[in-house]
Design a protein around this ligand. Structure first.
Ligand SMILES: [Fe+2]
Length: 199
């Protein structure tokens, strides 16, 4: 039986680059902070937008899964409005969109969110903000992008990632979810942290 040597893939893993937190981390967290951003608590009206299941693994520099990583995402609603007092067009905000969610990883390092496909807003190509914490410490703040978005090439934040491989690592395909009659999408975004669990 072949046993992989720890560290054997270290060279192949691209560390996920840091990206600015931006100005719209929620000023006040929503009442519901679970991993389903489409429905708030037991609400009956879902958020407006293209439903997307986004998942991935939180890995250390050697490719080992990181458990107990708190993954947070936040993004604007289908009209480009954030859950933030300083967001433009606040009055138009989709009150059914959670805007923020959290997931605590288990032993596999996997996380999962149900959210909407991000949309552009003035000055930015579509993106989802990510923050990874562990035992209260912030480990990484970054953003995830959609492959093939024409505005990616003109986005100042995305272009700020100089290393081509690092930039590629935060741009992922959003593809139709197999057998979804509702036209849902799926995306996969793995996050590689520049640390080992004991570090
Ligand atoms: Fe943003």
């Amino acid at each position: 039986m072949f046993l992989a040597v720890p560290g054997a893939f270290a060279d192949a893993l691209t560390q996920t680059p840091r990206q600015t937190e931006g100005p719209f981390y929620p000023t006040q967290l929503p009442l519901d902070t679970d991993n389903d951003l489409i429905v708030i608590n037991d609400g009956l009206t879902p958020a407006v937008g293209e439903i997307t299941w986004i998942s991935g693994k939180i890995l250390d520099a050697r490719g080992e899964p990181i458990r107990n990583a708190l993954v947070e995402i936040w993004q604007c609603d289908a009209k480009g409005v954030y859950l933030h007092s300083g967001s433009a067009n606040g009055a138009k905000r989709d009150s059914h969109f959670q805007g923020f969610g959290r997931f605590l990883t288990g032993s596999t390092g996997e996380y999962l969110f149900r959210t909407i496909k991000p949309v552009p807003y003035p000055g930015r190509t579509p993106h989802i903000h990510y923050k990874v914490k562990r035992t209260g410490k912030e480990l990484l703040t970054t953003q995830c992008y959609i492959k093939g978005e024409p505005q990616n090439d003109n986005d100042g934040v995305l272009r700020g990632i100089r290393d081509a491989k690092a930039k590629e690592s935060v741009i992922v395909p959003f593809t139709p979810l197999k057998d979804s009659r509702a036209g849902e999408l799926a995306a996969r975004f793995d996050i590689v942290l520049g640390l080992t669990p004991e570090a």
